[in-house]
Design a protein around this ligand. Structure first.
Ligand SMILES: [Zn+2]
Length: 519
């Protein structure tokens, strides 16, 4: 933390409760008199909005988000982040089951009983290599090379937890029947939890799911989006030799990796434009003068649901070709995860949109606008500051050209699901990059996640109290499932990659803790 942002955060804590409540009330509190006059708000919904508007609620969940940001734990190493969220829900009266679906950091928190069952998704993992000080508009890592929250996942399960506790308060006060669940979902950045959670039966009986994601806007959407994906580690085994003395004795596993990579790069030309394919070499030997007997390469292979199996088969052929040409063995193909595209439910998005409009975009103060413009200047984009309006709900564009992936995709095929994108980031900040890490800490994220929690909680209240609304989601989902039934891409023998990020996280954990202690 540098002095500027340290002062900012301290300043927030020192504001009097009255001033804070007033400011946040203006920012994203319950609708002002004008809006309330137009829309009559049900008492159950008003209760969740009021509960979330309390200064202590905003501060409590803002601090949780900041702490998870500071932990910056990689997928399936989120021991502190997962515990903080699970403990918070447990202390609020939820029944929490931990270490589920073979993943130590996966949890489900449940309140209530019986139908309907409304699920909230929540993520909390960071990304490698992008450590950055919060609210500093220039590249300046907390710990050089360490992980950072460049996708805002620190605010996401936090928003879901805040929303779920608000819903619980309304359930008690107004005798609402049903169940609210928070699905603490590890490792979204390696898309590695939801297919395993579904396989373990954790989503059985869930009637509808509200997902959320940090954003620079406030909106939702529907239809098919993102790419399906295979995440696979290909490992080759050869024979060592002295690279100069007797290289003809050796068989280089690294050669197989390089030939595979050349082959896949030629393959790109003959794939549909919606495909994406990228890799990193995890192991490629340790010294040039020893022929490497072991090498491995980690691939993300992405396409549409319809195109993925064929594309993956062709990438596997490239791996076999590499092994054949180098005279080594393709020792293993470890599928870390495999997921579907997202098929977001239109009725869910329409219901969520009304609640986003009810909550409205937070009001940003001068310091927040100044930070946004300084960051935009540094990135060479238009200096337009923070967003003013919530997004409109738009029909999906007809032209699909591919993109990122999320394991929320599998959930969309087992229950009607839509995602709330909530604000906090600066328009123009780049995802999975230091500039986004800088945004997801402190004041704008506190306000953004609070607005997101309100939209989540208000939507959950609608689904718990209005059977006709839930009925619309269910009807659309059941018709869609007939033409697109859920068939997991995840192989039956795949196991959660609990080890994948361990070494990397162990390398940086102490340094991140030291930086935090020194603040
Ligand atoms: Zn993300």
């Amino acid at each position: 933390m540098n002095n500027t942002s340290h002062r900012l955060v301290r300043h927030q804590f020192l504001l009097s409760a009255l001033v804070f409540a007033l400011a946040l009330g203006l920012a994203s509190g319950p609708p002002a008199a004008g809006a309330a006059a137009k829309t009559k708000i049900a008492k159950e919904k008003q209760l969740v909005l009021d509960w979330l508007s309390k200064a202590e609620t905003v501060e409590k969940f803002g601090k949780i988000s900041d702490r998870i940001w500071e932990n910056a734990e990689l997928g399936l190493q989120e021991f502190q982040s997962s515990k903080l969220l699970a403990d918070t829900l447990e202390a609020a009266g939820f029944t929490v089951e931990r270490g589920l679906a073979g993943m130590p950091t996966c949890f489900v928190a449940t309140y209530g009983s019986g139908k309907p069952v409304i699920g909230l998704l929540g993520e909390f993992d960071a990304l490698p290599m992008i450590s950055q000080k919060g609210r500093v508009p220039k590249k300046d890592p907390v710990v050089e090379g360490a992980p950072g929250h460049g996708c805002g996942h620190n605010a996401m399960c936090t928003a879901a937890a805040a929303a779920a506790i608000a819903v619980k308060e309304a359930m008690i006060a107004h005798g609402i029947k049903g169940t609210i669940k928070v699905f603490g979902s590890p490792a979204e950045e390696i898309v590695a939890s939801r297919p395993y959670m579904i396989r373990a039966g954790l989503f059985d009986g869930v009637d509808a799911v509200i997902d959320n994601h940090s954003s620079d806007g406030f909106g939702t959407g529907y239809g098919v989006g993102g790419n399906a994906l295979f995440s696979t580690i290909f490992t080759f085994k050869g024979k060592t030799a002295h690279s100069a003395g007797a290289p003809w004795i050796g068989r280089s596993a690294l050669d197989a990796v390089e030939i595979m990579d050349v082959a896949t790069n030629f393959l790109r030309e003959h794939l549909p434009i919606s495909q994406r394919m990228h890799y990193v070499i995890l192991e490629g030997g340790e010294a040039p003068n020893v022929v490497p007997d072991k090498a491995s390469v980690w691939y993300y292979v992405r396409s549409t649901d319809e195109g993925l199996d064929d594309m993956y088969r062709r990438v596997v052929d490239c791996a076999k070709a590499g092994a054949l040409a180098a005279g080594v063995e393709l020792a293993s193909m470890r599928v870390v995860s495999a997921i579907h595209q997202q098929h977001a439910n239109k009725a869910a998005a329409e219901l969520i949109q009304k609640n986003i409009e009810l909550v409205g975009m937070p009001a940003w103060n001068d310091e927040e606008q100044a930070f946004a413009k300084a960051l935009q200047k540094e990135l060479g984009v238009e200096q337009k500051g923070m967003p003013k309006e919530v997004d409109k709900l738009e029909a999906p564009s007809g032209m699909f050209v591919g993109g990122g992936s999320s394991d929320v995709g599998d959930v969309t095929l087992i229950a009607p699901t839509a995602t709330i994108g909530f604000p906090g980031s600066v328009p123009g900040a780049i995802g999975h990059h230091w500039s986004a890490v800088a945004c997801f800490y402190g004041s704008t994220t506190w306000k953004g996640l609070n607005a997101g929690a309100k939209a989540i909680a208000a939507s959950a209240i609608d689904l718990l109290t209005k059977p006709e609304e839930l009925g619309k989601l269910r009807k659309e989902f059941e018709e869609y499932s007939k033409i697109h039934p859920y068939k997991p891409f995840l192989p039956a023998d795949a196991t959660p990659p609990n080890d994948l990020n361990k070494e990397l996280m162990d390398k940086y954990r102490a340094a991140l803790e030291k930086a935090l202690a020194g603040k």
